[in-house]
Design a protein around this ligand. Structure first.
Ligand code: CTP
Ligand code: MG
Length: 395
């Protein structure tokens, strides 16, 4: 979307660090807080923002698998770019990768800040109508002390006119790309992009950041984030059930995966009973009707539709209410085909659709002991439950 500017507004989320200060089994941007990975949370406000047309993550090439597990499927999310040895180098690589797309503006954000809101993005974009370089910042709240290494205080500097720099920082694209290229040849490294703009002589303007938009640096920050996200949240469980008739054909689609079979499921959409039951389970947890309320079979738009959009839509409704899906569990009830060999592919596909870690998706299967319609091979049924966390004040 050009939005009054001559090209799209792009966002770069730098995630190529090793998170050494936070420690833990995996780099901090791939740790889970409140049910979703830090990086998924820091990408989300850009993916959801209607003025941002392109989003790219800069990722450490050693973390490719971790990235794939947490990156949502969105048209505006470009393939990840390999990061460099420093944050500065990672940002420059992200800018170089965006250049052929000719964005007018770019917002640069640290993956380590998962609490960014659309309101801060709005303020940075608004600031860019006035200046070529804008950063989100907050005034200092605490009194400052300067001390010797032994802890003896020497002075109490005034905090007047001092601010803490946050991200996102927004720039006219061509100007910051040129500044980064220039800075790449300079001595030393810069710790933020506003400093690179200053170095290149571009005037930089502050807009109001958000005190909640903190950076995760240490293990304690991860624990704090987890506490913050669980406070004031309630857990809800929804259930879903679906059945489709079997007819002539050579494959069934279950959990988004095509499985060879001597019969096919018949239905208005692709008849994927697993995704339909899961969609109803998620909608049930929200108490927002069922799949037919949102995608009526009378509407020809959904004829033959791939059911992943139904589930993705239900998950987006959870996100729109400030919630997260924490767990999905489905049972397939079928005499044939055998589900076991396809279980992992189904888990991975469902996790991908919902931007969840695969270990939060469970697929089970049973036959119906040849009893009833399932037992006679007339159809396949699926049951599902979804566990969802919502802000406690959510309706
Ligand atoms: N970053 C990056 N490329 C690097 C170093 C850092 O993209 N070579 C990113 C980090 O992933 C993070 C942001 O820059 O989102 C801010 O860096 P920092 O908080 O220092 O993260 P890390 O470098 O990962 O952590 P540490 O310094 O503790 O190792
Ligand atoms: Mg670092």
């Amino acid at each position: 979307m050009s939005d009054g500017f001559p090209g799209p507004i792009a966002a770069i989320v730098v995630a190529a660090g090793r998170g050494e200060r936070a420690g833990g089994g995996r780099p901090k941007q791939y740790r889970t807080i409140g049910g979703s990975p830090v990086l998924a949370r820091s990408l989300r406000p850009f993916l959801r923002h209607d003025r941002i047309g392109l989003v790219v993550a800069v990722v450490n090439p050693d973390h490719g698998d971790l990235y794939r597990q947490c990156a949502p499927q969105r048209d505006k999310l470009l393939p990840p770019v390999d990061g460099g040895a420093t944050r500065q180098e990672s940002v420059r690589r992200g800018l170089e990768a965006l250049e052929p797309r000719r964005p007018s503006l770019v917002l640069i954000h640290d993956a380590a800040r998962p609490f960014l809101t659309g309101a801060v993005i709005d303020r940075v974009i608004a600031g860019l109508a006035e200046s070529e370089a804008v950063l989100a910042a907050v005034p200092l709240a605490d009194t400052l002390k300067r001390a010797e290494p032994d802890g003896i205080v020497t002075t109490t500097p005034s905090r007047d006119g001092l601010f803490l720099a946050q991200t996102p920082q927004g720039f006219a694209f061509e100007a910051i790309l040129a500044a980064h290229r220039q800075a790449a040849g300079a001595d030393g490294t810069f710790t933020d992009d506003a400093a690179i703009a200053e170095y290149a002589g571009i005037p930089v303007r502050l807009v109001a950041g958000d005190p909640a938009n903190t950076k995760i640096t240490t293990e304690e920050d991860i624990r704090m984030a987890e506490r913050l996200l669980s406070a004031g949240r309630e857990t809800r469980i929804g259930s879903g059930y679906d059945v489709h008739r079997l007819g002539p054909g050579d494959a069934v689609i279950l959990g988004g995966v095509e499985i060879p079979s001597d019969r096919s499921l018949i239905g208005h959409s692709d008849a994927d009973v697993v995704l339909h039951a899961l969609t109803d389970a998620v909608l049930g947890a929200l108490a927002e009707g069922d799949i037919g309320t949102h995608f009526p079979p009378s509407d020809n738009a959904w004829k033959g539709a791939s059911s992943d959009r139904f589930l993705a839509d239900a998950v987006a409704r959870v996100a729109a209410r400030g919630g997260t899906v924490v767990h999905l569990d489905a049972t397939v009830i079928a005499e044939a085909p055998k589900i076991g060999p396809h279980r992992e592919a189904m888990r991975r596909r469902i996790a991908e659709i919902c931007a969840l870690a695969p270990d939060r998706v469970s697929i089970k299967a049973t036959t119906n002991e040849r009893l009833g319609f399932v037992g006679r091979g007339e159809g396949i049924a699926a049951m599902a439950t979804a566990t969802v966390q919502l802000p406690a004040d959510s309706e």
